[in-house]
Write a protein that binds this ligand. Structure first.
Ligand SMILES: [Zn+2]
Length: 480
């Protein structure tokens, strides 16, 4: 086998893990090739050259070198796989808005401070490290490779498939359907790589048109089988939230949004379904606006969360910002939609040491309290059936005390928010543990209640009615 061209070939025989070529031949001898099924994977880093035909010929020449006891069959099998692999793949849904104005594009941080990643692109693509990235003049252009390409920093330079690029910023832009895979996950638009000031790591940022971004968000934030009007409400809320964060904070970063619940969950192409695209397309360009303190009308942070528990919360108590539509409304709708175990969540306990360590890790300033000895509720929002903890007082051995917003306290202890689901709960010291009892709801509770939106849609309410209910004194306008 020509080791210099392709060092390792792997196959995935039926119900078998990844095997090397030796295992493949062994499996052929043992079971016969007719019983093998699976996909041939070129797991090596294929040299990236500007001449794609060279890569294809290398794949074929690698096949010619295989000689085993049943070599003819193997070569036939490999040839079939290679030829079928050369066939142009069926294109997925085209990516819309690739020509939309620059102000609407969303920059999503996909990878933060990494040293390496893997890129795969089924279409032809270009790479530029031109300092004037706006022009997108390609530094290099490539035909279809569709095999994993290694990206890493070598001698401080972004190196893609062994080829170094001199600039600290590189943009990779695939041709139609404008899709690339990063570490196995598919995204639309372009990929920007930026070397961090530390010189040893880089960030990977997805530059994506707004509706393609939203398709990857709405499908991750709500089940695709939910009511179409709930999905549409989600699409408008997510679009508004994105543009607000982009406008408010985007100028300070090389990216606008993280792909996690810290902003909005974004899963790229894997979150897309027909119903999700319908919701995005049918609300094209629509955002929510409200009156601002200076009397003008503008977008606002349309927060939303899973299950409010019966009443949405005032944003001032959770995020500290005040907008008329975010003061909180009763929500009789989520109770019949959320699973009972999520609406009323069971008691959970954390060791005292664990809780304190988590708090100190997130808020090192708390060390000034000395040894943290107690937490007590400092403020609550009271509703008919329950109250939501909004502020926690922490007392220490130094005699000092400090306060945290209850939502910050919750996420410091459980950053995933999957155990300590909300601050609608009682906190009780239980020996060396802290117990969180009488839990209710999931999420911060501000703005639209997602389960509530589904409940309203089931009752025949449309997206506009849902949004005006959860964000009173707001209205929908179109921005593109
Ligand atoms: Zn609710």
């Amino acid at each position: 086998m020509n080791g210099s061209a392709i060092r390792l070939l792997e196959v995935r025989p039926w119900r078998m893990p990844i095997f090397s070529i030796d295992y493949f031949f062994a499996a052929c001898r043992k079971t016969g090739p007719g019983k093998l099924s699976g996909k041939l994977i070129l797991s090596t880093t294929i040299p990236l050259t500007a001449n794609p035909t060279e890569n294809v010929s290398r794949k074929v020449s690698a096949g010619r070198h295989f000689r085993t006891s049943n070599g003819k069959v193997v070569i036939l099998f490999l040839s079939l796989v290679i030829l079928s692999g050369c066939k142009r793949r069926q294109l997925t849904t085209p990516t819309p808005q690739m020509d939309i104005e620059a102000q609407f594009w969303v920059k999503v941080l996909l990878l933060d401070k990494v040293e390496a990643c893997t890129l795969q692109i089924a279409s032809s693509f270009s790479i530029t490290d031109d300092p004037n990235l706006q022009t997108l003049l390609p530094t290099a252009r490539f035909d279809q490779i569709d095999a994993p390409i290694s990206i890493r920093l070598i001698n401080g330079e972004i190196t893609i498939g062994g080829r170094p690029f001199m600039n600290d910023e590189v943009i990779i832009f695939p041709d139609e359907p404008y899709i690339f895979k990063l570490n196995g996950d598919a995204y639309r638009g372009k990929l920007k790589l930026i070397i961090n000031p530390d010189g040893g790591t880089f960030d990977a940022i997805n530059l994506v048109p707004p509706d393609a971004y939203l398709a990857g968000v709405v499908g991750a934030e709500m089940p695709s089988y939910w009511e179409p009007e709930a999905l549409k409400a989600q699409a408008i809320a997510a679009r508004t939230y994105c543009f607000y964060i982009k406008k408010r904070f985007g100028g300070n970063h090389t990216w606008d949004m993280k792909k996690t619940a810290a902003h909005q969950v974004y899963r790229g192409v894997s979150a897309e379904y027909t119903q999700i695209w319908d919701a995005v397309n049918q609300t094209k360009g629509q955002v929510l606006v409200c009156k601002q303190t200076d009397g003008t009308e503008d977008i606002f942070p349309t927060y939303y969360s899973s299950t409010c528990g019966g009443h949405t919360e005032n944003s001032k108590n959770v995020f500290g910002d005040s907008f008329e539509p975010l003061t909180g409304v009763p929500c009789p709708y989520c109770r019949n939609v959320a699973r009972p175990k999520f609406f009323f969540w069971p008691m959970i306990q954390f060791d005292n040491t664990y809780v304190i360590n988590r708090l100190l890790r997130r808020y090192p300033n708390l060390k000034q309290l000395g040894k943290i000895t107690n937490f007590s509720p400092a403020a609550r929002s009271n509703y008919t059936e329950f109250s939501r903890l909004t502020k926690v007082e922490l007392s220490g051995s130094s005699g000092k005390s400090d306060f945290l917003r209850a939502e910050d306290f919750r996420l410091a202890i459980d950053p995933t928010g999957r155990k300590l689901r909300s601050t609608i709960c009682q906190i009780v010291k239980w020996g060396e543990k802290w117990a969180f009892l009488s839990g209710r709801g999931w999420g911060h509770g501000v703005g639209m209640c997602q389960c509530g939106a589904q409940g309203m849609a089931r009752q025949g309410k449309n997206a506009k009615q849902i949004l005006v209910y959860y964000y009173p004194d707001s209205r929908i306008i179109s921005v593109y």
